[in-house]
Structure formats: structure tokens, C-alpha cells
Design a protein around this ligand. Structure first.
Ligand code: NAI
Length: 327
């Protein structure tokens, strides 16, 4: 029998953690035959709540769950870990400036990057969910110089899934018919959900919908969906975010199907004019446990302007954390 894969989840007692841990325990993160061992990281005040969740995980009697350990020290939580899901982050409070938010998150993602560098397994894969996800991933990565840069990713899979759902509804087809939708840039309101290369049942989506719908409906609906969920639910998206995190890791490990791609924020290699090293969302394929940016796509003028605007925001965030000495 296979040794369990160690999965560290930070912010384990939070909303996303509550939805995510049960999906992992049931075997959906890696596949139905892979045992997992959970390592939960929380701040000291939330350890008791995490213990309650661990009791419920035990009560699930999940065949693939080899155990759950709880930590309030990142060094211990990331020791020997194979997959790290960095969900816990500092939310923006009233009146907080972007710089303050980045600084507060630097206090979380710097020590976590250091702990990953010091103790994680050689095959460590990191997904940052906690916002601002792209720049938090950049901070963590810059404190883990011994880990290959490609192992640090941030989540735009929820945006990708939201885009698929909106398109399926508009076109009246199941999501399984859709191919080559892409999220570009930052996981923020500036993101660019693109259908330039997208297909449904082998036909071009861009030809089947009008540009006004794309600009005035589709793009803002996807980019502002998080706010719409808060407005309706009184709480931010949690189960859909957990589901997207499961999708991101499952694809990373098990690959993308032939003829399709997905979206993830990964280290730029300079493709499409995105400055090298920036953690930006791209259309990506996965093979042999590696995400790769899809190469050689033609970018039309509309897409160019949208990608550049979102990447400019990422550059600004990077410059801010650089000035703050966080990277
Ligand atoms: P939450 O507030 O319910 O839970 C966050 C948890 O993180 C809390 O239990 C808190 O104690 C913990 N935490 C804070 N600092 C920590 C640290 N240093 N180490 C370990 N744990 C720590 O928040 P929720 O709803 O679970 O969301 C988590 C994050 O995910 C937020 O930043 C949110 O904005 C982000 N998010 C990202 C999405 C994406 O698509 N990338 C989608 C939805 C949410």
C-alpha cells in the first residue's frame, strides 16, 4: 500500500477550510486510491475550533484519511509536507489601505515560505488561496529559494469555473462541451476572463456571442462574482472556493485532458509580455505533475489591453511588497 501524502492546510478552522477538508479526506484532491494525512495550521486562538473540525473528520471514517494533526507553528505544520494549501490570510478591514493589507499578509506568508523552504518534502506543491493570492504567493516563494519557483501557484480556478458556468448558461450547453476558456492576470476585479480561443462543441465561442455581451455582462459578472456572493449570502464564497482548490491540485497532479487547458496563476517565464517571475494567471496545461503556460497563442487587441491592465496591477503589488522589504 502507498504511503500517505502529507497535505498541509492553513486557515483550517475558517470557512473554506471547513468545506475543503472533507473534500480532501474523501479522496477528491489526489484521486480515489491515494491515502492522505492532514496537517492543519491555525493561529493559537483558532486551534480549538480546528480540533472540533478534526473530530468531525474522524467521525467521517474516511477510508483514505490516515490521520489529522493540528499545529500553530508553521515550521512543524510544513515538516515533510507534499502539498500545501495556503488558505489562511489577513482579510481587508474597514479603512485598510492596499499597502497595509499587503504588509499584514507579508507577516503571514514570509514565515510560511521560510518554513516550506526549511522542511517541506522535495516534491512540495504550493497553492495560495488566501488573498491577495498572487502577491501572497510571490512573498512566500521569495522566502523559499531552495524550492523551484514553478511550485508556487495561486488560485484563479474559481474564476475559471465561474467563467465556464456563465458560458454554459448563455450557450445552453453543459460545461463539458466547453474548451479553452482562460483567466489572465490577477485574481482581482481586473482579471481578464477570455473567450478569444474558446470553443463549444468544436465551434468558436467568440463567434457565437456578441462583443457587447462579453464586455458588459460576461467579464464583469465573472470578475465581480465574489462580491455578488457576499451580497447574497452575507459571507464570502467558501464551498465553491474549496471546490476550485481541489480542482487546481487534482489537475496539477493528474493532468489536463488532450485538447483543453485550464487556468492557474503561475510564475511567468516572460510569455505574453508578462514580466518574468510575476505570479499571473495564464491558460495552462498540466502534465507529469507540472503546470505549463500554453505557448504561441495569438492575442488580439482587446485581449492585449485587458491582460496589460491586470498585469500592471500585479506589477504595482509586487513593487509595493518590494518597497516594504517583504520580497
Ligand atoms: P475565514 O476568515 O473564514 O478563515 C481564515 C482562517 O485563517 C481563520 O480561521 C484564521 O484563524 C486563519 N488564519 C489567519 N492567519 C493565519 C495564519 N497566520 N496561519 C494559519 N491560519 C491563519 O476566511 P475564508 O472564507 O476561509 O477565506 C480564506 C481566504 O481565502 C481569504 O483570504 C479569502 O479572501 C480567500 N479567498 C480566495 C479565493 C480565490 O479564488 N483565490 C476565493 C475565496 C476566498
Amino acid at each position: 500500500t502507498q504511503a500517505p501524502v502529507n497535505v498541509t492546510v492553513t486557515g483550517a478552522a475558517g470557512q473554506i477550510g471547513y468545506a475543503l477538508l472533507f473534500r480532501i479526506a474523501s479522496g477528491q484532491l489526489l484521486g480515489q486510491d491515494v491515502p492522505v494525512k492532514l496537517r492543519l495550521l491555525e493561529i493559537p486562538q483558532a486551534v480549538k475550533a480546528a480540533e472540533g473540525t478534526a473530530m468531525e473528520l474522524e467521525d467521517g471514517a474516511f477510508p483514505l484519511l490516515a490521520g489529522t494533526d493540528i499545529f500553530d507553528d508553521p515550521k512543524q505544520a510544513f515538516e515533510g509536507t507534499n502539498i500545501a494549501l495556503l488558505v489562511g490570510a489577513r482579510p481587508r478591514s474597514k479603512g485598510m489601505e492596499r499597502g497595509d493589507l499587503l504588509e499584514a499578509n507579508g507577516g503571514i506568508f514570509k514565515p510560511q515560505g521560510e518554513a516550506i523552504n526549511a522542511g517541506a518534502a522535495d516534491d512540495i506543491k504550493v497553492l495560495v488561496v488566501g488573498n491577495p493570492a498572487n502577491t501572497n504567493a510571490l512573498i512566500a516563494r521569495s522566502h523559499a529559494p531552495d524550492v523551484p519557483a514553478e511550485r508556487f501557484t495561486a488560485m484563479t480556478r474559481l474564476d475559471h469555473n465561474r467563467a465556464l458556468a456563465q458560458l454554459a448558461k448563455k450557450l445552453g450547453v453543459p460545461v463539458t462541451e466547453l474548451r479553452k476558456v482562460a483567466i489572465w492576470g490577477n485574481h482581482s476585479a481586473t482579471q481578464y476572463p477570455s473567450v478569444q480561443h474558446a470553443e463549444f462543441g468544436g465551434k468558436s465561442i467568440a463567434d457565437a456571442v456578441d462583443q457587447a455581451w462579453l464586455e458588459n455582462d460576461f467579464i464583469p459578472t465573472v470578475a465581480k462574482r465574489g462580491a455578488a456572493i457576499i451580497e447574497a449570502r452575507g459571507l464570502s464564497s467558501a464551498a465553491s472556493a474549496a471546490s476550485a482548490a481541489v480542482d487546481h491540485v487534482y489537475t496539477w497532479v493528474n493532468g489536463t485532458p488532450a485538447g483543453d487547458w485550464t487556468s492557474a496563476a503561475v510564475a511567468s517565464d516572460g510569455s505574453y509580455g508578462v514580466p518574468e517571475g510575476l505570479i499571473s494567471s495564464f491558460p495552462v496545461t498540466a502534465e507529469n505533475g507540472r503546470y505549463k503556460i500554453v505557448q504561441g497563442l495569438e492575442i488580439d487587441d482587446f485581449s492585449r489591453a485587458r491582460i496589460d491592465a491586470s498585469v500592471a496591477e500585479l506589477v504595482e503589488e509586487r513593487d509595493t511588497v518590494q518597497k516594504l522589504g517583504l520580497i
